[in-house]
Design a protein around this ligand. Structure first.
Ligand SMILES: Nc1ncnc2c1ncn2[C@@H]1O[C@H](COP(=O)(O)OP(=O)(O)OP(=O)(O)O)[C@@H](O)[C@H]1O
Ligand SMILES: [Mg+2]
Length: 255
């Protein structure tokens, strides 16, 4: 469970990234966050695992304050939160297996990790994670030999190997074509259902958002202007979130 308690974020230059956000995301939800460019979607996501410090308020992860957590506590809370990026964030020259295993780093001592000594159990878990995204045969290829969609699925496998309870995905399909978008989103949806892993995904395309979300959060200038089940996110609601009618650019079409 993730709780935002009156959270605001003001950047050093005075820009308000988030304004008094107060909401709760329960385990197993598939939340899609939408809004215009600059609305605060990435700020929202990155505040959750404290990649950004918030200026006011508090964020609780499974009942514990990540906002107030110190060194080792922060490290432990972050273990529960997987992160998926638009550009995949893989070590390009390393094998797929190595990349997936890196999801286990938070469970071991620094010294052990310097030598890359992962227990056999971790390797099994990494392989199972690759099976879940249907890529076991790619385990010993170099990450940069894979297509974009495959690389994104490796980063999903990394979050699985991490045994994350919540996954944050910031525009995970923004650099993918419609076919690959479908594969990646289908993987996230399947994992959400099968493992009850909470998904919080920033998406640009409204039709993709509607297809996969159980809940839509609409941001506008750092404020939550819509928060409700996907069934209630009508065209009018999207126009309100965007401050103008929805246009073609916001539909992927084929996914
Ligand atoms: N490091 C920063 N310093 C100052 N302002 C920032 C910084 N990062 C983001 N902002 C500002 O905060 C606001 C929210 O930015 P954010 O990146 O969260 O938007 P976004 O909804 O993710 O946009 P996009 O769809 O373009 O990714 C914007 O006005 C942005 O310019
Ligand atoms: Mg962003």
């Amino acid at each position: 469970m993730i709780e935002f308690k009156n959270v605001s974020k003001v950047y050093p230059n005075g820009t308000r990234g988030l304004n008094n956000v107060d909401l709760r995301i329960d385990d197993g939800e598939f939340v899609v966050v939408v809004g215009l460019s600059g609305a605060g979607k990435s700020t929202f996501l990155r505040s959750i695992n404290r990649l950004h410090e918030v200026s006011e308020g508090e964020i609780l992860i499974n009942g514990e304050s990540i906002t107030k957590a110190g060194g080792s506590e922060l490290y432990r809370i972050r273990r529960d939160i997987g992160m998926i990026f638009q550009n995949f964030n893989l070590v390009r020259r390393s094998s797929v297996m190595r990349n997936v295993l890196s999801g286990r780093v938070g469970y071991h001592s620094t010294m052990r990790m310097i030598f890359g000594l992962f227990p056999k159990k971790d390797k099994e878990l990494a392989m199972q994670s690759l099976e879940r995204v249907n890529m076991p045969e790619k385990a010993y290829m170099r990450a940069d030999e894979l297509s974009g969609g495959q690389q994104q699925r490796v980063s999903i496998a990394r979050a699985l190997a991490q045994e994350a309870k919540q996954v944050l995905a910031d525009e995970p399909v923004a650099s993918l074509d419609p076919m690959t978008t479908k594969q990646v989103m289908d993987d996230l949806a399947r994992i959400n259902k099968e493992l009850n892993m909470t998904m919080i995904v920033n998406l640009h395309f409204i039709d993709v958002a509607r297809k996969y979300a159980t809940r839509i959060i609409g941001l506008k200038e750092g404020e939550v202007v819509f928060d409700g089940p996907v069934e209630e996110a009508t065209d009018e609601v999207f126009s309100h979130i965007y401050g103008r009618p929805v246009n073609e650019d916001e539909l992927m079409g084929e996914a």
